[in-house]
Design a protein around this ligand. Sequence first.
Ligand code: COA
Length: 311
Amino acid sequence: MAFGRITGWAIDLPERILTNDELAQMVDTSDEWIRERSGISARHIDGKVSEMSTNAGKAALEKAGVKPEEIDLFILATTTADKVVPATSSIVQNNLGLSCGAFDLNAACSGFVYGLVTAMQFADSGMEKILLIGSDSLSTFTDWEDRTTCVLFGDGAGAVVIERTSEQPCFLGWDLMADGSAADLLYCEHGGKIVMHGQEVFRRAVIAMENAANAAMEKAGITNDQISLVVPHQANVRIIDAAMKRLGIPKEKAALVMDTTGNTSAASIPLALIDSIDSGQVEQDDLLLLVGFGAGMTSAAAVVRWNSAGN
Ligand code: COA
């Protein structure tokens, strides 16, 4: 049980929106196929991780009322860094005027939850204020001639400020996992484009989400009926529906933004979380289940007690 709580949050999406109809002019597909098979209508593209992260990070700091120099640690979850070297977190650290340690964390689409678990350990060990951003520019690495992948991906960033609290714990249980034996199912070589074996990723994703979510709930000592909102990785609405069914949680409790964002990798969970917060779906003391999976194949889940009142 950890004592950090989320006190500020913000997102950033690139201006350029790519619709299904536009994609249908690029590859042999249709708006109907994409919506029915994935749940996606449009996505934002042409984003740059450092720029999206800077915008989201700046707005999250303002929302929390925290000055850049007060941040003790900055974690950037991304799998599409601007450059191989240096870490994109260094660029963003400078852009935001932070004066603290900064590092990139690559756990693909599970990156935000991996980052949250990491941040909470630092909060537990005494750090007061941590900035965590999940940001990816999958459009940079998309093969725009491959209809089995290009219809799925998009760009974005979601940032949260985590502050240490000495009152009740907010981070109740978590689970991290990776299965490197499945690394060939979803990969991108240096200088290459994303390659994916969609059906097998789909099958494994459902199981990984179920296992991670159950492990996190067990560690938190709670049952599925206590969860107010599930914030799943936004890869395919059919994956989410199948995982919710296996978890025994009504699918209406899943936060969904993929209709307009597509799969934004490490940004997808914070985009969905912040959408739910900003639209008034999250109340004080609600128990949230964040659960992701991704290339690697990584998976991660966390149970968070929402504590906007700070007690
Ligand atoms: N438009 C039209 N047809 C398409 C298409 C597209 N964009 N993409 C694939 N198809 C075709 C296939 O070629 C296939 O045709 P065939 O039967 O003539 O061979 C048919 O649709 C069915 O393909 P299939 O792969 O069985 O489709 P699916 O229902 O499994 O959906 C994915 C494909 C990729 C959407 C789905 O497998 C998926 O979402 N997988 C997981 C991806 C994921 O989550 N990745 C990120 C992990 S972090």
